[in-house]
Design a protein around this ligand. Sequence first.
Ligand SMILES: *Cc1c(COP(=O)(O)O)cnc(C)c1O
Length: 403
Amino acid sequence: METTVQDTTTLAIDGGAPVREDTLAYGGQTIEEDDIEAVADVLRSDYLTTGPAVDAFEKAFADFVGTDEAVAVANGTAALHTAMRTLGIGPGDEVIVPTLTFAATANSVVFEDGTPVFADVEPDTLLLDPESVAERITENTQVIVGVDYAGQPCRYDALRELADAHDLTLLDDACHATGGSYKGEPVGSLGDLNTFSFHPVKNMTTGEGGMITTDDSELAREMREFRNHGITSTHHERAEQGSWVYEIPDVGYNYRLTDMQCALGMSQLEKLPNWVERRREIAARYDTAFADVDAVEPILMREDSTCAYHLYVIQLDLNMLSVGREKVFDALQAEGIGVNVHYIPVHYHPFYRENFDTEEGLCPVAEAAYERILTLPVFPRMTEADVEDVVRAVRKVVSTYRR
Ligand SMILES: *Cc1c(COP(=O)(O)O)cnc(C)c1O
């Protein structure tokens, strides 16, 4: 009897039995038969790219988020790059971004030779802090980029006020928050421009894929040119008009999304609300399970928003633990739980240190949070047993290391 009890409480990292044998990933796509059929239908049709599925997906996505326009592109990074180019970001222009984000948010500014200016986050939500943004605004600032970290929208009322007062563009990097909302308004309609990613780990997928939403039809037209080499007409438009002539007023990239991907996106979009609901159910179970684990603090969720829970992020209270985050990370991995860390503050990366003189101390709240954050698995395909495995493993590891 006693040995059994000991076996289950000894951490796997110390030679005990793991909570599970196979590793549960932190995220993953849901692909069902109708998704596969939708892609197969396109493969049997005339258009594999620049065809009707692209227009249909753009229309459906714009309707879903409540904007006039949606522009489909190759991935979320291309969406950010397209936005930066179309907004005219160039040398000398400053773009304020939170440091706790995927690097592509800042990289896209660098693509256009602009200067990313790193702002800090709020300690409880880890969302872009409007006060830090206000401190960073200069006469060179052009854009404020909000990142809806973990799936929770930023404080757009405050960010909008700052943008309006200083005549700046507000961009929402909404890659985490597809299907979320803020004060009743869907994510995708909160910024002047809003960017999405459909990478398999995100809330819905097209394999690779991205989208920009806006109410500005002129910007949308420019973005459609930019994603198609800068050409003013598509191949099909020219065929319809019986003409081979086209013009390139400005060079662009090939950032097109194929019809196969757009058909998959259409099919996924229909199911997104249910998937977000499932993500929220799993998050609610974690919230309850960790309410009495004093060394574990889930990031704060505001009542005025609906978080789309791309990630479920906890902050460890390191004062209560005998080890650091890295050891907790390793111990949970050993238990079969695919935890992750989102993110290394972007200003820590050598590229930014070397080229933009960013140093430790620039964003103290994000830097402190970085030492204690962990991302737990959350995705719709998780079973109840998977969810309970995560709960058991976190309780087991944290109670073992509790001071
Ligand atoms: C995923 C992500 C991106 C990049 O999207 P890709 O489709 O992988 O290029 C950009 N910003 C944030 C916040 C993301 O999470």
